[in-house]
Write a protein that binds this ligand. Structure first.
Ligand code: GTP
Ligand code: MG
Length: 569
């Protein structure tokens, strides 16, 4: 599926051409048909001879309805630029073409209409003029096809050109986060609210919970139609009608956006690249009242030129846009800037930053992810994806850190750890990011909630209880001068061990091991706890846990009342 928009001056034959190709009259309104003038967007579709399907968006050519034209060209794959062969290039031929450039279109064909009314010389003249006019645009070198809706000439070649556009244009990007800029909304009899638009960025399914910007009213998708047919799910790059429940049609208007909650950042201040039209009679500065056209939305805005105070016609630069309301956006989104006072197209380009951090005086917008991270220092990988549309692996935990920020934090962590000495740094005073960084810091050990330099002696290792337990060996007394936590840390270090509630120094295990070896040499069929106890000269209180410690280590194995050799003897 590809979506093709018409473009061109008023009365040049756009709607007639769409009707001739598809059999569907894109002029939906009685007023449009009566006046023979397209006012709002029209829709039609067809199958090409090779089976490919095309949706058409037919736009009005009249300058008064340019906003409607702008609302129709978001998310399209190609265009038919329509030029009346007798009239040639006209203001809205030029303006529409420039608008299509600003929205980033790369594919199209030029239809030279009403060929039945002209002779070959006129057609040649028109062709040469068009070739000149499109020379510096995406239509440079495109086919110019003379067509007639009256005698049908040229239509075969035009269809072949449409097939070429289908082949050469890329499928719409699937980012897994659908966005539907609404271009029509109405109440369907018996089924509630219906919104239509060009679906981009991800698929939608019946049953999905969605939200409608700017108020983020939540709704559920009850039914989906595309090309007049019901479907359970639909991918990006399609014309779509959604029947949604939960939102009144009167509370939605063109330009509102259907999204999945949590998947988009909506912003009202953005930095953008702008190309200013060469034909503009003045430079772009902050003076003036502007409208920004993004998707099907038209938003009043103020402009601030960045890195300069104006941009001359034909030049490009960066601007900050202060929008009257928030829109779900991504860097790379295209927009068109118009001046509302003079009602003229000023320029357009791509959004670079949907959440500028630096003041306009300092901002140097670009699409570099590193810039986005640098300006913030720290950002979660999830937020970074919403800000840039790109998945970046976290530096640590769930965070992406700029190199400067990572350095700064590591240096300060090292200082804190150094200063805390053998006592150690209480890591509960750190934030989550520092705690995660600390765990990866070389030469630092975190133990029991405290971080120390690994090369420092641990005072616990010289605790008097250790020497005492070592001396008492197989007959330890209960320790009152050391905590269970400390004993467990010593056990982790392999210095002491616990068996059946008794704490022993490791030497006790070595002696018990020796005793077992000795007794098994005398009694290959096994020795009793009594023999073990007598051999070591200890009581049952210590003999039982020691024998059990031998069992758990596989040195001995218990069989009925005796111990026999284990695998690790
Ligand atoms: N003879 C002839 N007339 C045509 C042809 N195509 C369009 N027309 C006529 O030109 C007039 C304008 O055609 P439309 O299709 O309404 O023009 P449009 O570009 O859609 O106009 P807007 O939508 O208002 O910008 C109508 O009267 C058509 O019948 C053609 O190939 N041959
Ligand atoms: Mg029309």
């Amino acid at each position: 599926m590809r979506i093709i928009a018409t473009a061109g001056h008023v009365d040049h034959g756009k709607s007639t051409l769409v009707r001739t190709l598809t059999g569907i009259d894109p002029d939906r309104w009685e007023e449009e048909r009566r006046r023979g003038l397209t006012i709002d967007l029209g829709f039609a579709h067809m199958s090409l001879p090779d089976g490919e399907r095309i949706s058409f968006i037919d736009v009005p050519g009249h300058i008064r309805f340019i906003s409607n034209m702008l609302a129709g060209v978001g998310g399209i794959h190609g265009c038919i630029l329509v030029v009346d062969a007798r009239e040639g290039w006209k203001p809205q031929t030029e303006e529409h073409l420039r608008i299509l450039e600003f929205v980033g279109l790369r594919h199209g064909v030029i239809a030279l209409t009403k060929a039945d009314l002209c002779d070959v010389d006129i057609l040649d003249l028109a062709r040469h003029e068009i070739e000149d006019r499109v020379a510096d645009t995406f239509l440079a070198g495109s086919s110019i096809v003379p067509v007639s809706a009256v005698d049908g000439s040229g239509l075969g070649e035009l269809r072949a050109e449409l097939s070429r556009i289908v082949r050469e244009s890329d499928e719409s990007l699937d980012r897994g986060r659908p966005r539907l800029f609404i271009d029509r909304v109405f109440a369907a009899k018996g089924s509630g609210t219906v919104v239509t638009g060009t679906l981009t960025d991800g698929p939608l399914s019946v049953g999905d919970s969605v939200a409608v910007t700017p108020a983020m009213r939540t709704a559920r998708i009850r039914a989906i139609q595309s090309l007049g047919e019901n479907c359970d799910a639909i991918g990006p790059g399609n014309r779509v009608a959604l029947n949604i429940s939960g939102v009144e049609h009167t509370s939605i208007s063109r330009g509102d956006v259907v999204v999945v909650p949590g998947q988009w950042i909506t912003s009202d201040t953005v930095d953008a690249h702008i190309g200013v039209l060469g034909g503009l009679g003045h430079a772009l500065s902050r003076r003036g009242a502007f409208t920004v056209h993004i998707g099907s939305d038209e938003i009043p805005a103020r402009v601030r030129v960045l890195e300069a105070d104006h941009i001359p016609p034909g030049n490009s630069g960066a601007i900050r846009l202060y929008l009257d309301r928030s829109v779900p956006l991504l860097p790379g989104d295209r927009y068109v800037l118009r001046e509302s006072g003079r009602s003229e197209t000023v320029g357009g380009g791509e959004i670079l930053d949907i959440e500028p951090v630096l003041s306009a005086a300092k901002a140097r917008p670009s699409r570099r992810i590193e810039r986005v991270v640098d300006e913030r220092g720290v950002v979660t990988a999830q937020r970074l994806r919403l800000l840039t549309g790109v998945d970046i692996a976290p530096t640590v935990g769930e965070w992406v850190l700029s190199p400067t920020e990572a350095d700064r934090r590591q240096v300060s962590l090292r200082t804190l750890v150094d200063e805390s000495g053998v006592h150690g740094l209480d890591i509960s005073i750190l934030d989550d990011i520092d705690r995660a960084l600390l765990a990866k810091l070389d030469g630092v050990v975190v133990d029991d909630g405290r971080a120390r330099r690994a090369d420092l002696d641990d005072p616990l290792m010289s605790h008097p209880a250790i020497a005492r337990l070592e001396q008492q060996a197989c007959t330890p007394e209960a320790c009152s001068d050391i905590t269970p936590t400390e004993l467990r840390r010593l056990a982790k270090a392999g210095i002491v061990f616990e068996s059946q509630g008794e704490w022993f120094h490791h030497v006790a295990l070595e002696r018990a091991h020796e005793a077992a070896r000795h007794l098994l040499a005398l009694h290959p069929d096994g020795f009793t706890v009594s023999q073990f106890r007598e051999h070591l000269g200890i009581t049952r209180k210590h003999a039982v846990p020691l024998a059990s410690a031998l069992d758990t280590r596989g040195i001995t194995r218990r069989r009925d009342d005796v111990r026999i050799a284990g695998a690790r003897l």
